[in-house]
Design a protein around this ligand. Structure first.
Ligand SMILES: OC[C@H]1O[C@](O)(CO)[C@@H](O)[C@@H]1O
Length: 547
């Protein structure tokens, strides 16, 4: 889920004693989740279709219309406009910055207020876009949407995790991603429908984002803040009352105490701790997972599917229809992830999805290279269907692996103290590289042509290698035992444990880059081992790596 499950207080020590009913408040929370995800997805999926409409392009990007007229020279370059790409990508750069600010606001002023600000920014942005009469309004509108995305994606997942009963938090995490894919699909369907309404259909496409935006804004105004946030901000009594109300019982002692402990723990550090050596595996994952997720190339498809098919010579309607098919596959495959993620585990899904994406991308590149040349106006129908099928195979591979896991895994790997900082980094890195792809893809398509698919396949190879060797399986690992998981990992243990601990466990220890024998260790590093209690097996020696 965007923003992931920043689960302060999740799976606390007394989790088995929690009592909770499905109350109206919980149902409302799910609706909020849906509106947050829908909005994100809608604003993500709407631009591609709108930017393929001549009515819209001739009003705001006339140079692209001229470029399309010269398409016969090199069809891959029809949409190669930095300005057009900037219109799509502005939302993400604004979101990356706003997300960092939102992390502070969420902590200091609460989750609810952050959602209200997010909803308001969405409403302003939507108004500017739907009513745009000048290109500056289009850009300003996307900046406001970016602020909305940054704030909502920071606050909504937190809100969910802290309000929802313990038992459904994991499912809610993926449901946010599912809502995102539904938002993308809704935008693609609406784009298809409004393409028949000339000349203002695009205004309807952009304006309909106002529906989930109003839900988020009003939801934020009407709902209470979370108990954790209230405790954190010095209102424990109000926090307890809210907890009793949303759980539908007065018997909330265990959960309330856990929340209290979690708040205390989270005071012990956050940003600074995340940058210490012992948190290197988490920090690496917080950065690499969203980076790799974006470099699968998914957003080349989500942002620009209509342009890709248009460049291949498909007409306006069939290009928009191809986007709808891709969006539907994305949705269904995400649903499959919900049922498989806890059965097969994260690593198997990463591996299967990764291989599927690599094969599909290489095959797409080969089909394009073989069937479409720069002096050709149109790809054959068979080849176009082949490309569509391959892109669907790629998208489904993404949607049951890197799509949801790209949010779920970073939300699971942290200790409680560093979870919210880690999550803020993940969200910002994700948006930053969504921006990069949004800004670069159409130009890359123009310069690299079919080679662009090999480029992304290369990055998926690296991503898959990372998940095989450097990512431990987090399925079923209780949140309190996460640090233990890193301590037993063949590579990361050297960051998380002391030399003495590794040596006592007969773990590889290196001298001059080579694995060393125990006797090669300096005596000072060996001595604590001698103090291992024979009876209990416990070791002496403190962690010398925390910076
Ligand atoms: O479903 C695909 C979408 O999912 C995301 O990863 C967000 O969670 C987006 O970057 C992408 O467009």
């Amino acid at each position: 889920m965007a923003g992931g499950g920043i689960a302060v207080g999740v799976a606390g020590a007394r989790a088995t004693q929690y009592e909770a009913k499905i109350t109206p408040a919980v149902i409302l929370i799910c609706l909020i989740a849906a509106s947050g995800g829908l909005l994100f997805g809608y604003d993500l999926g709407v631009t591609g279709g709108v930017a393929s409409l001549d009515d819209f392009l001739s009003d705001f990007f006339p140079s692209v219309v001229r470029g399309k007229a010269n398409a016969a020279q090199n069809p891959y370059c029809q949409y190669d406009s930095q300005l057009l790409q900037l219109w799509t990508s502005t939302m993400f750069i604004a979101g990356a910055v706003a997300g960092l600010i939102a992390a502070l606001v969420t902590r200091r002023y609460g989750r609810r207020l952050t959602m209200v600000v997010g909803g308001l920014a969405f409403l302003i942005g939507t108004g500017l876009l739907a009513g745009a009469v000048h290109i500056s309004m289009l850009f300003l509108g996307r900046v406001f949407l970016g602020i909305g995305v940054g704030f909502a994606n920071q606050a909504v997942p937190l809100y969910l995790c802290e309000m929802a009963p313990h038992s459904i938090r994991g499912a809610l995490n993926i449901c946010f991603q599912l809502a995102t894919t539904i938002g993308i699909l809704a935008a693609q369907c609406i784009n298809y429908g409004t393409s028949f309404i000339t000349p203002w259909g695009w205004r309807l496409s952009l304006g309909l984002a106002g529906v989930p935006a109003s839900m988020l804004f009003l939801g934020g105004l009407c709902l209470p803040d979370t108990p954790v946030s209230l405790i954190q901000r010095g209102h424990p009594d109000v926090g307890r009352k809210v907890l009793e109300r949303i759980r539908g019982t007065k018997n909330v002692d265990a959960e309330f105490l856990d929340m209290h402990d979690a708040v205390e723990l989270s005071k012990q550090g956050n940003w600074r701790k995340l940058f210490t050596r012992t948190h290197r595996p988490q920090l690496t994952a917080a950065v690499l997972i969203p980076f790799f997720q974006q470099f699968t190339g998914i957003n080349a498809i989500m942002f620009y599917a209509p342009q890709i098919f248009n460049s291949l010579g498909s007409g306006k309607s069939s290009s928009l229809l191809s986007a709808v098919i891709i969006g539907a596959i994305n949705c269904v495959a995400t649903l499959i992830a919900i049922f498989t993620v806890d059965r097969f585990g994260r690593k198997k899904l990463f591996l299967e999805g990764g291989i599927q994406m690599i094969v599909a991308e290489i095959a797409t590149g080969i089909v394009m290279a073989a069937t479409f040349h720069t002096n050709q106006a149109k790809i054959t129908n068979t080849a176009a269907v082949g490309v569509l099928v391959l892109i669907c195979i790629f998208v489904s591979g993404f949607a049951w692996s890197w799509g949801p896991l790209g949010w779920l895994v970073p939300s699971e790997i942290h200790t409680i103290e560093t979870r919210s900082a880690g999550q803020a980094i993940t969200v910002s890195v994700n948006f930053l590289f969504s921006f990069v792809i949004g800004q670069a893809f159409l130009s890359m398509l123009c310069k690299m042509r079919f080679g662009v698919y090999f480029f992304f396949a290369f990055w998926v190879c690296l991503a898959t290698i990372y998940t095989i060797f450097l990512l431990p399986e987090t399925k079923g690992v209780p949140i309190e035992e996460m640090q233990l998981m890193w301590r037993t990992h063949w590579f990361w243990r050297r960051f998380v444990t002391t030399k003495q601990e590794r040596c006592a466990d007969h773990a590889p220890y290196t001298v001059d880059g080579k694995e060393a024998e125990m006797t090669q260790l300096p005596v000072k590093d060996r001595s604590p081992i001698n103090s291992v209690d024979e009876g209990t097996g416990r070791k002496d020696g403190s962690n010398d790596h925390a910076a």
